[in-house]
Design a protein around this ligand. Sequence first.
Ligand code: SF4
Ligand SMILES: [Zn+2]
Ligand SMILES: [Zn+2]
Length: 316
Amino acid sequence: MSNQNSCSKCEKKGIILLQHGALCQNHFLSYFEEKVFKTINKYNLLNRDDKICIAASGGKDSLTVLYLTKKYLEEKKISKENLFALVIDEGINNYREHTLSDLKEFCNNYDIPLKVVTNKEEFGYTLDEAYPIINKETKKKPCNICGVWRRYLLNKYARQFGATKIITGHNLDDEAQAVLMNIFKANTKLSAGLGPISGTKEQDLFVQRVKPLYFCTEKETRLYTVLKGFKVDFTECPYAADGFRANIRDMLNDFENKYKGTKQSIINSFLAMLPLLKEQARGESYAPPTRCTICTEPANKDVCNACVLKEELKNA
Ligand code: SF4
Ligand SMILES: [Zn+2]
Ligand SMILES: [Zn+2]
């Protein structure tokens, strides 16, 4: 006899309640995997000849996306020679070393080559060292510095290692937060770069970024990781609580608790507007990226944002 706690597809006990009913463990696992594979197919996130770089951190999203990308390639009989993981070690004490060791173990177990790039080697400073110095002069927050350097290093090294796509573990919660952050800060132009796939193939200086977990919520991804038994340290980055994003996240969670489906609705509205945002961005003073005069990486101005930060350290 079925009741509201039992799976909507079989008689087993439901372990998660979704918008269309509860699901048991097995039906949840297949629902989740199908959703990810459908996203890859619907948005053409991967092609057979892509060389894929997975931007990994060792957190739950990155392990999930690593595991499922490998599974997808196996199902499509695409050689896994085309796949590698890249992690940026920002140098965040009491945090990154834990996720890094989980990641190394995971990649070892699943036979995925892993490349590690560090802020320290590239910029001469860990994030922990750089942040107080840069902040003193500019009031920049750790996440701003971290984000600029991470994006820079991912693109630079993914490209150097021959990648044609960068897969990130962004989930639906991350994306809904980013959409709202851009609205709250009147940065709507930046939203043109969001969506399941970013950039175009023609911009060969920037490797295209794709997000297979685009429609998976934080809660679903967390449950998937636990059910699969991935070894994940759920500790948050010590800088995360300070950020603007953390406030948006808490507000969105509060709304979601009161009004189920809020996050999904934000994404649906955003996807309906995305073509217009992209068109507007193309029309407005589009200038193809040039090369940074200091490091020769792609930049939208003479000096790229990563080098601007490096210069701020030099001048401090
Ligand atoms: S929370 Fe901020 S500082 Fe920490 S890893 Fe994320 S972006 Fe970097
Ligand atoms: Zn079931
Ligand atoms: Zn530069």
